[in-house]
Design a protein around this ligand. Sequence first.
Ligand code: TYM
Length: 333
Amino acid sequence: MSKKIFSGVQPSGNLHVGNYLGAIKNFVNFQNQTNTECIYCVVDLHAITVRQEPNILKENIRETVAAFIASGLNHKKSIIFQQSTVAEHSEFAWILGCSARMGWLNRMTQFKEKAGIDKEKASIGLYVYPVLMAADILLYDTTHVPVGEDQKQHLELTRDIAHKFNLDFNSPEFLKIPEPMIQKNFSRIMSLKDGTKKMSKSDPSGLSRINLNDTKEEIENKIKKAKTDTLPLPDNSKELENRPEAKNLLGIYSSLNNQDISNTIKEFSGKNFSDFKNKLSELVIEKIYPISNEMSKIKKDNSFIDNVLLEGNIKASKISTKKIEEVKKIVGL
Ligand code: TYM
């Protein structure tokens, strides 16, 4: 059976090594598999669920495309497009919102985290965000969704919404039930300042993350300042359970080097953090700096980026207009 892959990244700035290792690197792996159709979306409608500066948003949309291409996505092989240019996403989100239940949305932990203490002041967009995400995925008959661990609950909700819609309208198998593709290891890269907190675009401390557009000096500096503990590196993975910062840094090293963490533990067992950090810096610079360099070249050519999005829009619209017509027929609209 052929696979249909869909995934999205918010253009909210500060794309980081967590986005790359948890998601974008995997997008590239899927693109290079046979019998696999890939669709990657810059989800700008998701980004505006929290306040974005309009001029900066426009730049961040282009920057996300530049990051996709610099990481190895090819717009001739994968569909790369901007969510808001394909109106069927919003249209379908409304229809699915009528099948989704309040109780399901009330359980979403990401909403609780992002809304903070004063939930009453969060935007309605932020609350219904997971329904839009379900629309993104279900519109393309997606079979697999590569995402980081933090999106797992949203994927489960997507599956529930699809089941409910199929049941509500007596149309078994009309909406395909997608499988989340979450890597077993390194699907949650943690902050460099706190190994118990996810590396995040919105962390106020720039030192908490390595951005995909960091210079070599910034990479070195952030790794040098990354939080550690006082012990030498361990010789077994069990010990890492109580040493979140060590676990995270060894994990980043392993993921960048495509190796199992047990091999990294063997390599650095008994060494102190400063030796390991030097090696980690070298590796991050070797793997991430070429992406950063390529991104800045691509970003100089706005018309190239805009053309990639235009081409993607045409291809995505072709699929989505057909599906939404079928949806409307089933619903009786
Ligand atoms: P976003 O933009 O927050 O993140 C993009 C991708 O990066 C992954 N990710 C991480 N992986 C590992 N460690 C981390 N610290 C880390 N931080 C982020 C995310 O899991 C994600 O895969 N709701 C989504 C965007 C979206 C989407 C979709 C995804 C909208 N529609 C449809 C898949 C399918 C989000 O906010 O991702």
